[in-house]
Design a protein around this ligand. Sequence first.
Ligand code: AMP
Ligand code: GLY
Length: 416
Amino acid sequence: MKVLIVGKGGREHALSKIVKKSSLVTEVFIAPGNIGMKDIGTLVNVHEEDILNLVNFAEENKIDLTIVGPESSLSLGIVNEFEKRGLKIFGPTKESAMIETSKEYAKYIMGKYNIPTGKYRSFTEKEEAIKYLENQLLPIVIKEDGLKAGKGVTVAFSVEEAKEAVKKAFEIHENKIIIEEYLDGFEFSIIAIANENKIIPLEIAQDHKRIYDGDLGPNTGGMGVYSPVEKITKEVIDETVNKIMKPMLDGLIKEGTPFKGFLFGGIMLTKEGVKTIEFNARFGDPEAQGILPRLKSDFVKVILDILDKKETKLIWDKRKSLAVVMASSGYPDKYSIGEVVNIDGNIDGELYFMGVKEENKNIVTNGGRVLSLVCFGDTLEKAREKTYEEIKKINFKKMFFRNDIGLKMCYNSKNK
Ligand code: AMP
Ligand code: GLY
């Protein structure tokens, strides 16, 4: 089989690597990929948002299966276009991807199908939103609508901070925002391989969204993960699947937009049980780097099985994984690019390239999140020690990473 992976970050690197391991796969193509993935597959010089050229490439090269990484390609209707031409693709249509692309739509669906989530109100008028903030409990969460790569969310601990976030959202970014109840608890990510009402949940991970140690500073796309998450029991996972993931799939069927692809739930385990923070219509990044290397089953076969609605049981590596993201200093705001990435010696772990490009035969930084390193151990602590030991072999100017991934697992509490 020839498989095409769409995207260019760490998530797509992890997807490409596990696809390449499949006994069913003869050739892997990555569009556009990045230079760090060149040994896994053929890099195709077509941008992930250039849907027309992607579909033309797949048709001309007789691609048997395409797997979509980024939400931007999904929101532009890559799946709709591939399916119009009769090409097999794993991902949701742009209509079902709206559970990620519009926070308001996601909230509407959750309300309609009784999926637990925080109370919210949406606003299109700045003054009205500011007035509403006067008598709300703190902390409170301000979210810009639309795709924000995890960065359009402010958890405000004072009314002033909340008002600033509202002003910024209206003045700089958007004309619609959501103000949401703060959910206090333990956050985790669950990703399921899904097709209509069929669901195969993967082992879960915990991301670290804030930029600084101790869960301080602004939200990012994710600074590191570990998997599995021992604090989350099988009962909690079952509750999440039964009260959140399955009802969303059933709801989307009822809405006439059945979901196919990676269904990602950002979940908070609160005192009242699990609640949804957000849905994404794709794999997480860096969740993919933490979860996929632990999957021993043939990933492509699993995807083909779910497309055929066959039952599949997954086999997992018992070891724990821990991934640390190396970013360019300044991220998630302004940062510089073009710094040479140096790797000294062999790394005992898996290195995934996120924002990099080739310049004068060097790999140089080309994004806020540059690399992620994943190591393994019989315990989380061993995986952690190993990752932080191996990370010493990697450097680039202005490299920045969190030192506390997997260390304290419950920062997300207003009592921190
Ligand atoms: P989102 O882009 O909606 O996932 O939000 C980014 C991050 O902000 C989440 O991963 C949470 O850590 C935090 N967050 C978002 N919404 C809430 C909420 N209602 N209560 C507490 N934290 C939240
Ligand atoms: N790491 C969170 C995300 O991919 O949205």
